[in-house]
Design a protein around this ligand. Structure first.
Ligand code: SF4
Length: 224
């Protein structure tokens, strides 16, 4: 299939994998993607990342190993992924939020989250963060880097403050949720993902409003 995607986005291994596989299949086999509207999410995460540019790692969390923020929003691309011991046509390609460089020469990947409510989603996001680590440790072209730390930095609004004279602001809670390295889980997720994309188109989710809208619309248009 000429229009096939060969780069797997780390975020597709969590959020979209957890949803309906039919949309993912269409995206990877035909590059047809359902429009996604997530107001503010991108801007807030970007603000969070930029706040830490040029800082020391201890400025983000006192327990972090000594080091500094190396970069933010950098792209990583891995070597081809092996499935059942054989090289596939797929690689990981994605953009991390913050990359820390520690004094011992290892690196840390932080995913910045701006959540309405603070809660621990580290288990859910493990394959995504592990995918960044895989691409950094097995890069297509850049020098390989050893990743010693992964985790989520979650900011959540707690209460508004200020007044019309000085201006208003939101107070935030901040929480660090470390993620244990789990290459085995990533390997399984990638194998399941590539097997799904290589297979027949999966069933759609009967409860999905979007699919129902598309089908109903088509039915009406076909009958005109
Ligand atoms: S049910 Fe349809 S629109 Fe909804 S996620 Fe699946 S394929 Fe996409």
């Amino acid at each position: 299939m000429s229009n096939r995607r060969v780069n797997i986005s780390p975020s597709d291994l969590t959020f979209n994998w957890d949803g309906c596989h039919r949309c993912l299949w269409l995206n990877y086999n035909h590059q047809v993607k359902a429009p996604l509207f997530m107001p503010l999410v991108g801007e807030l995460a970007d603000m969070q990342e930029r706040y830490f540019i040029g800082r020391k790692s201890e400025d983000i969390h006192p327990d972090f190993p000594t080091g500094k923020v190396h970069s933010h929003g950098g792209w990583v691309q891995s070597l081809p992924i092996a499935v059942d011991g054989r090289e596939s046509t797929f690689s990981i390609r994605g953009k991390y939020d913050l990359l820390l460089e520690f004094d011992d020469g290892t690196f840390g990947v932080i995913d910045c989250k701006f959540q309405g409510k603070n809660n621990d989603k580290s288990e859910f996001y493990t394959p995504q963060l592990e995918a960044y680590a895989f691409a950094l440790e097995n890069p297509a072209k850049d020098p390989a880097r050893t990743v010693s730390m992964l985790g989520l930095l979650v900011w959540s609004p707690t209460r508004p403050g200020g007044n019309p004279t000085q201006g208003f602001h939101l107070e935030l809670s901040w929480n660090w949720y470390p993620i244990e390295r789990n290459p085995g889980q990533l390997e399984k997720r990638l194998t399941d993902f590539i097997t799904m994309v290589d297979g027949d188109i999966p069933e759609s989710k009967p409860s999905c409003e979007q699919c129902r809208y598309v089908l109903n619309r088509q039915e009406i248009l076909d009958a005109l």
